[in-house]
Design a protein around this ligand. Sequence first.
Ligand code: S3P
Length: 446
Amino acid sequence: MNIGGTLIAGPARGGLTGELTIPGDKSMSHRAVMLASLASGVTEVRGFLPGDDCLATARMFVDMGVDIEWLDEEKISLRIHGVGLHGLRQPEHVLDAGNSGTCVRLMSGVLAGQSFPSTMTGDASLCKRPMQRVADPVRRMGASVEGRDGGNLLPLTISGGKLKGIHHVSEVASAQVKSCVLLAGLYADSETCVTEPRQSRDHTERMLPLFGQPVNVKDGLTACLEPTGSLYAPEDIVNIPADPSSATFFAVAASLVDGSRVNLSRIGINPRRDGWRRILNAMGADIQPVHASSVGMEPVADLQLLSCNLYGCKVSAADVPDAIDEFPVLFVAAALAEGEFVLQGAEELRVKESDRIAAMADALRSVGADIEEYPDGVRIRGIQRLKGDVDVDAHGDHRIAMAMAVAAQKADGEIRIHNASAIATSFPDFVPLARQIGMNVRWLDA
Ligand code: S3P
């Protein structure tokens, strides 16, 4: 687990201003490495997120014989020499997914298609997260999955080979489950379909066709893949847009701090990731998308953010999947908004990198916020300022750490955010970029 690392964040000394380029999307970076590694030919990827999570995925493929050339020191551009769907070789040691649920769950689908057994593990947080949701469908396809708690907990040993196509009806709206099954479907003898209760992010469905594998999305809720038997490296460079989940921290900070004016360039505005903007808009935020265009198969826009008065609102189960990763910082917005904010139907937040409902309720309560916790959500009554000179625990969860750094911009003194080093999993440059627009945040001992 990412234990250790203390962030010191305090009240903003003035309006936040400036223009930021946010690093690449985490979900798409994982998928780009996976598909390029499994394709025949060489794929160039630009805008890759060099966070620990995506680097863990890249390392797994290197461990299975894929040659990955880094084209710059920052690890933003890379050339992947794909080995084809059947070209991976058995790793010589246990594959390590670190803190990354996306890595381990999507790779479960890839490993289910391999004739050799391999074992994946992760850090203490990942070893507690549920894997039954991916073990069940790949077993039905014919793979073998063994692990603690009947294959629900890491380490998992997976082997498979020739799989059969299934129609998987998922109980949760989860892009990780859907993508796992579709990736395993590349190795199946017939069509594989996944139906979810609500549509989750659709980057896998959008990216597979770039590699020559069509995906048929039927009624919005069912994605089907008829395996073509191979993936091919696209002729064009695979460009990855900036991560909207990272952008949200600055959107909330700019909304809350008086006199702010911040521009973020080329942020992904895929509707399945854009729930945070719909929620903040409903709360009264001033976020203007301009210069809308697209990067690969994904829509993007520059976002102009101005400070504003925020108001509470109601978020129901139907709105949850499109904003699933942004709730920690949306709770911060709610804690400082006028009136009441209610979130329901978000029980999935309890099985993320931490129990995000409990972790945010604890942290926000310590800084004086009025927050009630429910099994599937929260009720928050906004106040005007938060308390300073307080210690909070990010529980090794990157998004809790960054959300509390945003909260501190409206506190009466400094907040010490412990166990914050996990920021490196998704946003290694969070602190320098936050400081660039004037946020009051630094690493202890930096
Ligand atoms: C992700 C899907 C989401 C999200 C995670 C990334 C992905 O998880 O929370 O950070 O890249 O597919 P679930 O599929 O469990 O909702």
